[in-house]
Design a protein around this ligand. Structure first.
Ligand SMILES: [Zn+2]
Length: 333
């Protein structure tokens, strides 16, 4: 390769070599391998700018790893999570827009900024910081953030709701879960199956259809479909903590929508938002769902409730008792 040599002051032949370079980052040394070119005539070594910059960023990243600092991509993704411009993000942090721009492009961040950015990754902390720095932030940004934050905070509460529910259901004896671990995806799809087949499905009918599906499948195969525990409730058997369950499937998984109706009766009805995912189920389970659907498609909510009250598993348990799957054998389907 021919290049101008600043030592010989004329064009010379250069060859590529590999060498080591030491970067000082905040009084610490980091050694990297680096590509150089060397003048074949005088031995002058040159590191090209691009190579040097790459190596420096690598040294910064080694420092970040060692001291557990945020990486540039993470800083950017925190800002993007709130749909903020670099300018607005800088106002919230209390630094210049150039600083944020440098951080996102690899410059090593100040420890105080690192700590602050890490904190505001949590929407509740972001909310607190905005309130504290409100004089330094544009009113328009504060308004926009208020909306965004309430969405994000709601979102994080929902996912907490889901994990507490699933965790709660992991601890039940197998005779109450039909020898399966509770599976929320499958449960959502059982609900989508029935809400898809039956328009404006009333809540009390839906809860009974879930019970019959799980118990009929257990009767046929000695396993439930989703591992749901059921409880003796005043209108019949219902999935344990069913309000919690329906809220997760509606709000968190967005699989169904509920509506309050006043005619011909007062109550909640459900509609499916997504397509039923058949691939989650075995052939036998699909058969069970169809069996239960065909049996009850024309029943009103009160008819299916009355029928469930006659089942042995309901008759022989008391209010709020768990209903063991042992009773599945006696089910009237
Ligand atoms: Zn030279």
């Amino acid at each position: 390769m021919e290049k101008f040599c600043p030592e010989c002051l004329q064009k010379q032949k250069f060859k590529k070599i590999k060498d080591e370079i030491i970067h000082e980052v905040k009084n610490e040394s980091f050694t990297n391998e680096i590509k150089k070119i060397i003048c074949e005539k005088c031995g002058e070594e040159i590191i090209e700018d691009e190579e040097f910059d790459k190596s420096l960023l690598m040294a910064f990243n080694k420092y970040r790893e060692k001291y557990n600092l945020l990486f540039p991509s993470k800083i950017k993704s925190i800002r993007k999570k709130y749909d903020l411009s670099q300018r607005d993000f800088a106002d919230i942090i209390g630094c210049s827009v150039a600083t944020i721009n440098r951080y996102e492009n690899g410059a090593l961040q100040d420890n105080v900024h690192d700590h602050l950015i890490r904190l505001i990754d949590n929407p509740e902390n972001m909310d607190a910081i905005i309130k504290k720095n409100k004089d330094k932030i544009k009113t328009k940004t504060i308004k926009k953030m208020k909306k965004k934050l309430s969405e994000l905070i709601k979102e994080s509460k929902k996912s907490k709701l889901k994990s507490t529910y699933i965790e709660f259901l992991q601890d039940f004896e197998e005779r109450f879960t039909g020898f399966k671990k509770f599976n929320i995806e499958k449960m959502a799809n059982v609900i989508v199956f029935f809400t898809g087949e039956i328009p404006n499905l009333p809540k009390s009918k839906l809860l009974k259809l879930i019970w019959y599906s799980e118990f009929v499948n257990f009767k046929r195969t000695s396993l439930s479909i989703c591992g749901t525990p059921f409880q003796h409730y005043k209108y019949g058997p219902v999935p344990l903590r069913f309000k919690h369950l329906l809220a997760i499937i509606e709000e968190d998984l967005n699989a169904i929508t509920h509506e309050e109706i006043f005619h011909p009766y007062m109550g909640e009805v459900f509609k499916a938002n997504i397509e039923f995912d058949k691939s989650l189920f075995s052939e036998e389970e699909i058969e069970t769902l169809n069996l239960v659907y065909n049996q009850f498609k024309d029943y009103t909510a009160s008819e299916i409730c009355a029928r469930s009250h006659d089942e042995k598993g309901y008759r022989e348990t008391n209010h709020e008792d768990l209903i063991p799957y042992d009773y599945a054998d006696a089910i009237s389907i």
